[in-house]
Structure formats: structure tokens, C-alpha cells
Design a protein around this ligand. Structure first.
Ligand code: AMP
Ligand code: TRP
Length: 329
């Protein structure tokens, strides 16, 4: 028996090496286990919950899809775009009718993102119902999520239990999985903050689409310190430690061990840049091939949607019937 595993990725920013090491590579590992039946959804509907630019959303969605394909995800996982399966939004409404206003308003993410805002989209409030629909539509058993999504997942399990208790067993009650410990990559120019969030036009961020010379230049200007002896000391030597984390994650060793054979910051930077280019070059090559033919990319997405749609449609039909909606078929 295989385990159905589901996760969603929101296309809200240009992908950087932190996303690769912290999110994409763990998915490739999950997909490599033949006991898992892995579904990965690019959650474009979730990107509509805050102000957005339509052209940018379209571009980021395609970038996410092409990157996941370039990393080889589709060979073992079912990859699709959330909005291409209308059953998600239909089920979301049925789950909104199972949840309460108080439950939604209590979500930490809603409170944080709505605080101090003059205008808050209603979908920001109901977001967890859509996320629950994503998960429950496929009778998912396991959902790997990071800390920031744990509360949403708990709400999804609550709604599944409540629905089943009220209307009869329709949904598998999912459980969360803590993703394998992954490298937390910091900004190269400000190694006390997470890579990705900082501004400064990305000077300390390695984007997955950065050319080799840009990578070399950014790593060369990474913050280190004056101590010529390399030691792994995240608390006191955050710059060197961050480079060690990157090198370790890219070459399959611990951060401490990654420093073993290296002398001095310049040599460390050269090694990190080389490992980055070596990891990213083949992904970028496939990415360019994939995006050169947008029609082909869309056809991959259509097949992905076709493969998963049947399950979602079946679950929604069961949920509708259980709730007392007429079926005309
Ligand atoms: P975000 O882009 O912050 O919404 O994150 C999307 C996914 O990428 C999450 O699973 C994060 O944990 C992961 N991620 C983003 N930035 C980093 C980083 N600097 N280091 C490790 N993982 C990251
Ligand atoms: N809401 C998640 C995020 O912002 C993305 C997501 C959408 C998701 N649907 C999901 C994650 C279902 C896990 C399961 O990161």
C-alpha cells in the first residue's frame, strides 16, 4: 500500500537557493520513496489572498512549475496547478460551511497579514478552507508542512473530523509530517536574516536562475569576518557558518565537515560558488529547454491535472451528497 502525500507551494516570489534546499530538495527525497504517492500542487489561488499583479503571478507560477520539472519532480510525483482543478474551490465552499468565523479569524497567519491593513481580502480569512480542500480532495494521509503552516493543517484535520462526524465518513483525516531537517540559508550580505525576505535588490540572495558569473560575484561579496581560521560557529561567526551550511547542503556533508579541507574565507567562497554553479547549471539547462516551448509546458500541466482530477471530483461528489445537495446524475 502506498501512502498518499500532499503538499502545496505558493508561487509568490522568485525562487532562491533557500527554496531549493528547504522545500524542493526535500520533495525530491519524498518522491524518491516508492511507498509514497506524492501530489504537489502549485497553489496559485493562495497567491490571490493579498494584493497581486496578474502578469507577475502568471510568470511566477510558470517559473515554479518549470523549476520543479527541471529538478526532475514529475518523474515520481503528480504535479499540477491548483486553479486548474475547479473541484478545489467547490470543496472549499463546502468546508467554509463546516468551519466557523472564529476558527478562521484565530489563525496566526491571518492575524499577522491583516494587522494594520486598511483593506483585507476576504480570501485571506478563508484561505485555510481552501488549503483544507486541497488536502482533503485527494484523501491525503500525510502532509509535510513547515512550522508556519502547522496551524492551517490542524484546522484541516479538525474540519475533516467534524464533517465526517456530522455527515458521515467522506474524508481521510490527514496528519502532518515534519519535513526532514533542512538547511536554513541566510542572506549572504546579512547572515542574521533568512535568505529570501531581505530587500537590497537581491545582492545577498542566490536566485535559482542566476548565471554563473552572478553567482560567483555574489558569493565573493558575502559577509565573513577577519579570523583566517575557519570554524563552524553560527552564533558568533554567522557569515562563515552560513557559507558552511550552503557548502555542506550542496555537497552532502555537515556544515562542520564541509570546512575541514578548506583554508581561509577566499577558498571557502570559491568552493561555495563552484558547488552552487555545479548544482544549478544542469537545472538551468533543463529549465531553458522547458521554457523554450511554452505549449509543451502547458501540455505537461494538462496531463498533470488529468491524472489527479478524477480523485478530487469523486471526493467532492461524495461531500455534496453527504451534505444534502441534489445530484442530477
Ligand atoms: P517562502 O518563499 O518563504 O514562502 O518559503 C517557501 C518554502 O521554501 C518553505 O518551505 C521554506 O521553508 C523554504 N525556504 C524559503 N527560504 C528558505 C531559506 N532561506 N532557507 C531554507 N528554506 C527556505
Ligand atoms: N498555504 C501553503 C503556503 O502558503 C501552500 C499550500 C496550499 C499547501 N495548499 C496546501 C501546503 C496544502 C500544504 C498542503 O505555503
Amino acid at each position: 500500500m502506498t501512502t498518499r502525500v500532499f503538499t502545496g507551494l505558493k508561487p509568490t516570489g522568485q525562487l532562491q537557493i533557500g527554496n531549493y534546499l528547504g522545500a524542493i530538495r526535500p520533495l525530491l527525497d519524498l518522491a524518491a520513496d516508492p511507498d509514497n504517492d506524492l501530489l504537489v500542487s502549485v497553489a496559485d489561488l493562495h497567491a490571490l489572498t493579498v494584493q497581486h499583479d496578474p502578469a507577475r503571478l502568471r510568470a511566477l507560477t510558470l517559473e515554479m512549475v518549470a523549476t520543479l520539472l527541471a529538478c526532475g519532480l514529475n518523474a515520481r510525483a503528480k504535479l499540477f496547478v491548483q486553479s486548474s482543478i475547479p473541484a478545489h474551490t467547490e470543496l472549499s465552499y463546502l468546508l467554509e460551511s463546516t468551519a466557523t468565523y472564529g476558527e478562521m479569524a484565530r489563525m496566526i497567519q491571518f492575524k499577522e497579514k491583516s494587522r494594520g491593513q486598511e483593506s483585507v481580502r476576504l480570501s485571506l480569512l478563508t484561505y485555510p478552507a481552501l488549503m483544507a480542500a486541497d488536502i482533503l480532495a485527494y484523501q491525503s494521509e500525510v502532509v509535510p508542512v513547515g512550522d508556519d503552516q502547522r496551524q492551517h493543517l490542524e484546522l484541516a484535520t479538525t474540519l475533516a473530523r467534524r464533517f465526517n462526524g456530522t455527515y458521515g465518513d467522506v474524508f481521510t483525516v490527514p496528519r502532518g509530517a515534519t519535513p526532514a531537517e533542512t538547511a536554513r540559508v541566510k542572506d549572504l550580505r546579512d547572515p542574521t536574516t533568512k535568505m529570501g525576505k531581505s530587500g537590497a535588490a537581491g545582492a545577498g540572495v542566490i536566485f535559482l536562475r542566476d548565471e554563473p558569473d552572478a553567482i560567483v560575484a555574489k558569493v565573493r561579496r558575502a559577509v565573513t569576518d577577519n579570523n583566517p581560521t575557519l570554524t563552524y560557529d553560527p552564533r558568533n561567526r554567522s557569515g562563515v557558518a552560513n557559507l558552511a551550511v550552503l557548502l555542506g547542503a550542496l555537497t552532502g556533508s555537515s556544515p562542520g565537515a564541509a570546512l575541514d579541507e578548506i583554508q581561509g574565507a577566499a577558498a571557502l567562497k570559491a568552493a561555495v560558488a563552484e558547488a552552487l554553479v555545479e548544482t544549478l547549471a544542469p537545472i538551468q539547462k533543463r529549465y531553458r529547454e522547458l521554457t523554450a516551448d511554452p505549449a509543451e509546458l502547458l501540455s505537461v500541466l494538462r496531463s498533470g491535472a488529468e491524472v489527479v482530477a478524477g480523485d478530487a471530483v469523486k471526493t467532492v461528489a461524495n461531500a455534496r451528497e453527504a451534505m444534502g445537495l441534489l445530484s442530477l446524475h
